[in-house]
Design a protein around this ligand. Structure first.
Ligand code: NAP
Length: 290
């Protein structure tokens, strides 16, 4: 971890609330060390009421760039001068650059989703997939699926079905995808839908530490051999959902690769430097297992 900095050291950061469990400061400071750059990455705990002043302050202090996490990924947009095409379609920003006062928003979660799923592209294209969750993570997932993987059908499943319906209408209008179906997250009614899907993605915090024993479904007959299960949750890396699916011979993909790739893309946007993502992921895995 960086142990010295000076007046010319460039500052990057993270704003969100709460942020004390975020791995981003670890990941980015390791990336800075690996690339031997004169930067430092700092966490800033920012409640919603302070967002406006903090963004102005970031700009006034000349902070080169920052990540944005819950609950600011959508509300930050009103304070930015520009959005990347992806951020504009998704309606959510996780990375901001400051170019002499011009703030531009990006969504690099999409890169994390694409990098995780790209080895399975042939299986996903033309298939039925399930996305559970209708928040910020789900938006990036849906964009990535439609733009890069072209499934035939997307089941949008959410605890509050009305939010899934809103998301369906949003992406229907923005990306002209009419293969959506929505369902309420009630596992006994979903066994068939899950079984018939080539890919199931959990984009909810269900199963996240400290609720490690939770799962969007505990019904083992929801999974079949060869199916792909991608859990955005990265703490713990092997969630209950992934354990259950693996028992039935499914392919389990955890949220760590996505986390590292979204960070690597943000880092590249800020510094122009490409980080060795495998090395970054190994460092993170060691850090988590400590
Ligand atoms: P969010 O915007 O707050 O959305 C949360 C979604 O989860 C909503 O659809 C919500 O349903 C649902 N949900 C929350 N608690 C639930 C529960 N107890 N039972 C059933 N559904 C529940 O969150 P987000 O940003 O999309 O993040 C979701 C997860 O993805 C988090 O664990 C986050 O850490 C992870 N994530 C990982 C990465 C990565 O790089 N690996 C990137 C982004 C997000 P309602 O609509 O009914 O409230």
């Amino acid at each position: 971890m960086k142990d010295s900095f000076h007046i010319n050291t460039k500052v990057l950061g993270l704003i969100g609330h709460p942020i004390k469990h975020s791995y981003s400061p670890f990941i980015h400071n390791i990336a800075i060390e690996l690339k031997k750059l004169d930067y430092i990455y700092l966490p800033f705990d920012v409640p919603a009421a302070n967002l406006r002043n903090v963004v102005k302050g970031m700009n006034a202090l000349g902070i080169k760039g920052f990540n944005v996490t819950i609950p600011h990924k959508e509300s930050i947009i009103q304070y930015l001068s520009n959005l990347s095409e992806e951020a504009s379609i998704i309606g959510s920003v996780n990375t901001v650059t400051n170019d002499l006062g011009k703030l531009t928003g990006y969504n690099t979660d999409v890169n994390g989703v694409v990098e995780t799923l790209i080895p399975y592209k042939d299986e996903i294209t033309g298939s039925q997939v399930c996305v559970v969750g209708a928040g910020g993570g789900s938006r990036a997932v849906i964009y990535a699926l439609i733009r890069h993987f072209k499934p035939a059908k997307i089941f949008l499943i959410n605890r509050t079905e009305g939010r899934a319906e809103l998301l369906k209408n949003y992406f229907n209008a923005k990306m002209k995808f009419d293969g959506f179906k929505t369902r309420e997250l009630f596992p006994p009614d979903l066994v068939e839908v899950f079984r018939d899907s080539k890919l199931i993605i959990n984009a909810t915090p269900v199963g996240m530490f400290p609720e490690n024993d939770d799962s969007i479904t505990r019904l083992e007959n929801s999974f079949v051999k060869g199916q792909i299960i991608f859990d955005l949750v990265y703490n713990p890396p092997k969630t209950k959902l992934l354990q259950l699916a693996e028992k039935k011979g499914a392919i389990a993909l955890d949220g760590l690769k996505m986390l590292v790739h979204q960070a690597a893309k943000a880092f590249e946007i800020w510094t122009g430097e490409q980080v060795p993502v495998e090395e970054l992921q190994r460092s993170l895995e060691l850090y988590i297992s400590d």
